[in-house]
Design a binder for this molecule. Structure first.
Ligand SMILES: [Zn+2]
Length: 249
């Protein structure tokens, strides 16, 4: 696919890899909420950095002053918070311009990427031999693919469903995310809303809002992982009052 007579865009190659360009890959790991995506992202980063490689970690929706990729099991690493307007080619190029190597990218919350940003990741892989590891949710609360997820499924070199099993309250494997507003499952609203750990956004914040019930100000919104059967029925189980999968006995 690479024509050697055509220089790869304006993005410089990454340090040592320019001399011995090894094939890089775009890998996508996906699953429902609480399946351990961020934990796996941090493990991949650890494994890569132990080999002397230099990585850049990206996340989305972290509005804190010091964005993190953090896992449910207590690990965390600082990350760069990106949004739908971030040019990922420029972002990586600016790191190179500052003399910092970027051999690989860890992209958490990859479901929120725009299709164009996923294509930018593919370009970094093909033209600049940066390995990309993307981690994201498979489907939104309506059981539809997120746009970023769909594009990653289309173009990634390697796609893996994360095997850590999240269970529905009934004991079956949980594959789908339910949005719960004030104790009831909802099926319409903005594609992208508040996670249960995020602050409530201002009205109109959040892409794809079709002004359904995403939970108005003051509403309690959280997500619960359900099996397909109970997602279809909208049944949250006997202990639906708590935050579902995160509740510990
Ligand atoms: Zn179930």
């Amino acid at each position: 696919m690479t024509d050697p007579s055509v220089p790869p865009v304006a993005v410089p190659a990454a340090g040592d890899r320019r001399r011995a360009p090894a094939p890089a890959h775009l890998r996508f790991f996906h699953g429902p909420m609480d399946c351990g995506k961020s934990t796996l992202a941090l493990q991949v980063d650890h494994n890569q950095s132990r080999q002397g490689r230099s990585g850049l970690l990206l996340t989305q929706g972290d509005r804190s002053a010091r964005p993190l990729i953090s896992s449910r099991v207590g690990l965390s690493r600082t990350a760069v918070d990106v949004d739908a307007g971030t040019d990922l080619l420029l972002l990586v190029r600016s790191h190179w311009a500052g003399g910092r190597r970027v051999d690989y990218l860890i992209v958490d919350e990859a479901q929120f990427l725009t299709p164009g940003q996923v294509d930018q990741l593919a370009e970094l892989v093909d033209a600049s031999h940066v390995d990309v590891y993307a981690f994201g949710l498979t489907t939104d609360f309506r059981a539809r693919l997120f746009p970023g997820t769909q594009r990653l499924l289309e173009v990634a070199d390697d796609v893996q469903r994360i095997q850590v099993e999240v269970l529905c309250w009934c004991g079956l494997p949980g594959l789908l995310n339910a949005r719960v507003v004030d104790g009831a499952m909802v099926r319409s609203g903005a594609t992208v809303v508040v996670a249960d750990t995020a602050p409530t956004p201002a009205p109109g914040d959040g892409a794809g809002d079709d002004s359904g019930d995403g939970g108005g100000p003051g509403s309690e919104v959280h997500y619960q992982v359900l099996c397909r059967h109970h997602h279809v029925l909208g049944q949250l189980g006997p202990t639906a009052a708590g935050p579902g999968q995160l509740a510990l006995p």
